[in-house]
Design a protein around this ligand. Structure first.
Ligand SMILES: Nc1nc2c(ncn2[C@@H]2O[C@H](COP(=O)(O)OP(=O)(O)OP(=O)(O)O)[C@@H](O)[C@H]2O)c(=O)[nH]1
Ligand SMILES: [Mg+2]
Length: 384
């Protein structure tokens, strides 16, 4: 039996040296953290994904953080109750006497003290059917996503010793200003080390005024996770009520895809808020009213008669088209020789349908992406 190395030619030796060198180079790269940047428009779900990473890979939330979140959750309730109260008359809705009085309390303002009397007033408002109708029409104005979740949990949140659980924290809304970073280690199926890989994840604010800060974190990013709230097709921007939210997201995605600062970064799109999208479609909301091109859209999977499946594929296709448009314009301006090079480096984009508030869903998707990074797509991911 031949022993390894006993009859190795000098050519083999040279090859093996080269491979060792390459492997060392890779390990050196992996020694550094894998840097992930969360991007997307306001309220897309970036911070919610970051919170999931804390739950999945760090120790979740400290007692101090939970207490802080309890205060923010009460502010969410106050903001939601205030907005619903203001919109009742704008939408021409007629609540009963109790809810009318409660609405006046919110319209007249004043700092809340969150005592039991305060929660009775919120309850009077929330129990009214006109207020429920007002919530149903929330795409016509700006209401935080967590409104229904916390108004339905009034009995729990109003308890003097209320401490939020993980699901409450995932639903709590707090706009990001500035840049946050978390560090964690994660082990994938293909991890070669017992402790797994190091990740650095950056979260930024997505509203228009925040985006000028993004450039500060583009340097050395390996992967961008671009979060789109797919359910936003019938809503307008909080910053500009003349602009459709989903159109803004798609145009922003184009800017990110074409950014020369991110050309080496792998791009993964999270088509988020699938739970809300599915509910809207099942309720009969028509995407064609906002995206007339839907009428001409032919599903790639015509055997599926499911309207929700068709709508989610249509939204994904809007993003795919952005990447194809760029490739086509590149080809038009490239010589034959360069074209070969361009095609050999054709950039990939990966798509996932997500519910950022669902820990199991995000765990599965994170594991997929992690394994993709480790397996064979290192070049696509911009790491090698
Ligand atoms: N139902 C549902 N709610 C979600 C989902 N993803 C995020 N949310 C909620 O949407 C709201 C906005 O999410 P954030 O994570 O704060 O959004 P963001 O992208 O960080 O927003 P900015 O900080 O303004 O850029 C929060 O109340 C979340 O709980 C989802 O998939 N489903
Ligand atoms: Mg945020």
């Amino acid at each position: 039996m031949k022993c390894f190395g006993s009859s190795v030619s000098s050519e083999d030796k040279e090859n093996s040296k080269q491979i060792d060198k390459q492997i060392k180079k890779w390990y050196k790269k992996y020694d550094q953290a894998i840097k992930v940047l969360l991007l997307g428009a306001g309220e897309a779900g970036k911070t919610t994904i970051l919170k999931q990473m804390k739950i999945l890979h760090i120790n979740g939330f400290s007692e101090e953080e939970k207490l802080e979140r309890a205060g923010q959750i009460k502010k969410n309730i106050h903001e939601a109750a205030g907005e619903l109260s203001r919109q009742l008359s704008i939408l021409g809705l007629q609540p009963g006497e109790k809810a009318s009085n409660a609405a006046l309390y919110f319209i007249n303002g004043g700092a809340p003290n969150f005592d039991q009397e305060y929660f009775n007033i919120v309850n009077d408002l929330w129990m009214d059917s006109a207020v429920k109708e007002c919530l149903r029409r929330s795409n016509e104005y700006q209401l935080i996503d967590s409104a229904e979740y916390f108004l339905n949990k009034l009995d729990v949140v109003r308890k003097p010793n209320y401490k939020p659980d993980e699901q409450d924290i995932l639903n709590c809304r707090q706009r990001t200003t500035g840049i946050q970073k978390i560090e964690f280690k994660a082990k994938g199926k293909a991890s070669s080390r017992s402790e797994g890989e190091s990740f650095w994840m950056y979260d930024v604010g997505g509203q228009r005024g925040e985006r000028k800060k993004w450039l500060q974190v583009f340097e050395g990013i390996h992967a961008v996770w671009f979060i789109v709230a797919a359910s936003d097709f019938d809503q307008t921007l909080r910053e500009d009520n003349a602009q459709n939210r989903l159109r803004e997201s798609i145009s922003l995605f184009g800017d990110v895809w074409n950014s020369r600062f991110l050309i080496k970064a792998g791009l993964i799109v999270f088509l988020n808020k699938q739970d809300i999208l599915e509910r809207k479609v099942r309720e009969g909301r028509q995407i064609a009213k906002y995206f007339p091109e839907y009428n001409n859209y032919r599903s790639k999977n015509p055997s599926s008669n499911d309207e929700y499946t068709k709508v989610k594929e249509f939204i994904k296709n809007l993003l795919v088209q952005v990447t194809q448009k760029h490739a086509a314009s590149q080809r038009a301006s490239t010589s034959r020789q360069d074209l070969k090079l361009e095609n050999s480096r054709a950039r990939q984009c990966y798509y996932h349908f997500t519910v950022a508030t669902n820990t199991d869903n995000i765990k599965t998707i994170f594991d997929d992406i992690h394994n993709l990074i480790l397996r064979n797509n290192v070049i696509d991911m911009g790491i090698a």
